[in-house]
Design a protein around this ligand. Structure first.
Ligand code: FAD
Ligand code: NAP
Length: 312
């Protein structure tokens, strides 16, 4: 029986592993289906982690994290978790290959991923002008013109954020009506640096060796074409939360999940199931930043140590 199973090896899972092993738990395994590191390993530049002044690729940034964890005794098994079940006082971790493992406590840190639009040029220029995170990449476009795709709260809120940094933000949405809350929309409409283009779709994201240079757009009402020059485009059309490990055979989740598919936790990263913690991008109200995910992982591990102590 494991003391603690950690599911997911991104910043949240690795930090949980560091704090759990360094905090005295002996038998801790992190189940990560791929290489540890998480989403950030797909980023070419990472410059907003406090205390790390050097700009690094996400991959280089995450490399020392696993070395540090393994030094304190964290074990990594490259396995995909299918589901977590509660059996009496303990948890059963069921893997995609059909095998099973028991644990006293579980931290789920399976993260998520931003949705992609599938527009021509999106994959080619992903990370070279196409981004899904204004907080992460907005600063790279200081005093430059950018565009945002989407009509939800994220797209509109991030347009307001980008307008504080960039010289102009063109907000492109496929309908005239927005999903974003009226008050947020009103704030965006009062921001002189934001231009609304609706109902418009993107035909192609264009660029060259330097990255994105512009967009070919289509008016979805009259079919007319339009081209704009921009240095960056933020695709903010929703987010997939990796919550499938909570789902039981009968389709119900093991713990409380909100309407966005995120795990509902308290400030200790505890779910409503004793001994089950959720940390990082998959939890409710996550800020979706490496530093925040790492802090969640540490908090969850401290909670797990306390839980195991009290259930000896
Ligand atoms: P993740 O990083 O998503 O890690 C989850 C891990 O769980 C993954 O490794 C996945 O393989 C694994 N997993 C999922 N399901 C299973 C399963 N069933 N079984 C086993 N393993 C599983 N943040 C910043 O702070 N600064 C930035 O500059 C920045 N730039 C970014 C650029 C890009 C392109 C992207 C995509 C994100 C960026 N972010 C940035 C956001 C940051 O990467 C995330 O907030 C952070 O990685 C979340 O960490 P996490 O541990 O919660 O989840
Ligand atoms: P969302 O509400 O699902 O909105 C996604 C937007 O992207 C929609 O406007 C949608 O258009 C558009 N879209 C989807 N696929 C597209 C595609 N392939 N091409 C072009 N456009 C596409 O997602 P979100 O904005 O990330 O928000 C997710 C949830 O979090 C929402 O419930 C939101 O209210 C909540 N949230 C809340 C806050 C807050 O309260 N402060 C902040 C952020 C997010 P259509 O409208 O035409 O479908």
């Amino acid at each position: 029986m494991l003391d603690l199973a950690i599911i997911g090896g991104g910043p949240a899972g690795l930090s949980a592993g560091l704090y759990a092993t360094r905090g005295g738990l002996k038998n801790v395994v992190m189940f990560e289906k791929g290489m540890p590191g998480g989403q950030i390993t797909s980023s070419s530049e990472m410059e907003n982690y406090p205390g790390v002044s050097e700009v690094k690729s996400g991959f280089d940034f995450m490399m020392p994290w696993q070395e540090q964890c393994f030094r304190f005794g964290l074990k990594h098994e490259m396995k995909e978790v299918l589901r977590v079940k509660k059996i009496g006082e303990h948890f059963s971790i069921i893997f995609s290959d059909g095998s099973e493992e028991q644990a006293k406590a579980v931290i789920v840190a399976t993260g998520g991923s931003p949705k992609r639009s599938g527009v021509k040029g999106e994959d080619t220029f992903w990370g070279k002008g196409v981004s899904s995170c204004a907080t992460c990449d907005g600063f790279f476009y200081k005093d430059k013109e950018v565009a945002v795709l989407g009509g939800g709260d994220t797209a509109v809120e991030e347009s307001i954020y980008l307008a504080k940094i960039c010289s102009k933000v063109t907000l492109i949405h496929r309908r005239d009506a927005f999903r974003a809350s009226p008050i947020t929309l009103e704030r965006a409409k009062n921001e002189p640096k934001i231009e609304f283009l609706t109902p418009y779709g993107i035909d192609e994201i264009c660029g060259d060796d330097s990255g994105v240079t512009g967009l070919k757009l289509k008016n979805l009402q009259d079919g007319s074409a339009k081209e704009i020059n921009i240095a960056g485009i933020f695709v903010l059309i929703g987010y997939n939360v990796n919550n499938s490990v909570f789902m039981q055979e009968d389709g119900t989740p093991l713990c409380e999940i909100n309407e966005y598919g995120q795990a509902v936790v308290n400030l200790k990263m505890e779910t409503n199931i004793p001994g089950l913690f959720a940390a990082g991008d998959l939890r409710k109200d996550a800020s979706k930043q490496v530093v925040c995910a790492a802090a969640d992982g540490a908090t969850a591990a401290l909670g797990a140590i306390e839980y195991i102590e009290h259930h000896k």
